[in-house]
Ligand binder design. Structure first.
Ligand code: FA5
Length: 366
């Protein structure tokens, strides 16, 4: 009996001193668990004679009830203390200033692509796409550049080490022109599409970057001629630069996939370190910037793409999106486009609310 009383007192003291639910559980197991001292005391009842048992049983049961009650009470106390601590920890000071809103911006190249799509949609062009990892056939052969064609060397191509399933070489497309082939093969003629996207060449200076953007244009129908090409380019540039006094210079050129071929430049003035479109490129303080290549689609290309060249003809053009963005928004080095400098992006980037529309002006900045 004395042992029972001293055990009880020690356990109650420990329960009282417990500071966590874990230590409280240890106390419970030590007293009331299967091998706990209270349970062992209860087992001794079986070896007692009836008189002893009559006296001992209520005493042990009373100790058991007291210990269990103390544990329950302490448990409630520890749980509510834990809840209080958590609530105290999680208070929010509503008087503190809010954090700065993270502000992203639309990259000028993305904005210009939206502007292009808006203008060309108005002229009846659909938007087509093609893969950036292209095969040699679509990028070169079907565009009338067979394996030995010298024009291939001008493209500074990034090739992949592994060949395609058919044994042909795989590469990062060097221009958007393979989308001409893919679109004609899929849709046939007549067709009127633009295909904006990324292209890759091993090239780098202020007006050349290893990854840049082009938009391809393709119009094939029964009676398309060079006059349609000139009108389309002029109409596009006037709408894009939002001014009438654009001077476009067309120069005879050579592309294996067009015949005749024409390169086009736009006149600009140097104003400080900005290039501003307008004026005649040969005037004092003015210059020309090459924006793209174009021409009437070569018969061979129509044949490769499964279009009958005796029935259909048309024009194609490919222009540098980054270059027209530079001219419109006054950046003077193309390489900064892809540095990811947040200062450049916040200066030249657009708000998502600046959706280009023809009615509000394609280049509207809010
Ligand atoms: C082509 O890529 C032809 N596929 C264009 C074409 C399409 C001609 C359809 C005829 C018919 P070119 O290599 O000249 O052509 O590139 C076209 C334009 O892309 C250039 O005028 C220039 O504006 C831009 N460009 C070329 N290389 C770079 C570069 N490294 N960085 C930025 N822009 C570039």
């Amino acid at each position: 009996m004395t042992e029972l009383t001293s055990n009880k007192q020690a356990t109650l003291d420990q329960i009282e001193a417990a500071t966590s639910l874990d230590t409280l559980e240890e106390q419970r197991v030590a007293a009331l668990g299967k091998k706990g001292w209270v349970s062992l005391a209860l087992k001794t009842l079986g070896q007692m004679n009836p008189d002893e048992r009559k006296e001992a049983a209520p005493a042990i049961q009373a100790v058991r009830a007291e210990v269990a009650g103390a544990i329950d009470a302490k448990k409630v106390q520890l749980e509510s203390a834990a809840l209080e601590a958590q609530l105290a920890n999680e208070t929010i000071d509503l008087t503190l200033p809010g954090p700065d809103l993270p502000q992203g911006s639309i990259h000028p190249v993305s904005q210009v692509m939206d502007e292009l799509a808006e203008i060309f949609a108005d002229l009846g062009f659909a938007v087509a796409t093609g893969p950036e990892i292209e095969d040699d056939w679509h990028n070169f052969t079907a565009l009338n550049m067979d394996e030995s064609h010298p024009a291939r060397a001008m493209h500074d191509t990034f090739y992949f080490p592994d060949a395609a399933a058919d044994g042909g070489k795989m590469l990062l497309r060097t221009h958007t022109s393979p989308v001409q082939i893919r679109s004609m093969k899929e849709q046939g003629a007549p067709i009127r599409i633009i295909a904006p996207g990324r292209v890759y060449r091993s090239d780098s200076d202020a007006t050349h970057t290893p990854m840049f953007h082009q938009v391809e244009g393709l119009v094939i129908d029964r009676d398309i001629h060079l006059g349609h090409l000139k009108w389309t380019l002029e109409t596009f540039f006037k709408a894009f630069f939002e001014r009438e006094d654009i001077t476009l210079r067309l120069r005879p050129s050579y592309f294996p996939f067009t015949e005749p071929s024409v390169e086009f430049d736009v006149g600009y003035a140097n104003e400080g370190d900005r290039r501003v479109v307008g004026g005649h490129g040969d005037d004092e303080g003015h210059d020309w910037m090459e924006l793209g290549g174009s021409g009437m689609v070569n018969r061979r290309v129509l044949e490769f793409a499964g279009v009958d060249p005796d029935e259909y003809q048309g024009f194609a053009f490919g222009l540098g999106i980054d270059r027209i963005a530079m001219l419109k928004y006054g950046m003077n080095d193309l390489r900064a486009f892809f540095d990811g400098d947040p200062r450049w992006l916040s200066h030249y980037g657009f708000s998502p609310y600046d959706q280009p529309t023809l009615s509000a002006g394609v280049g509207a900045r809010s």
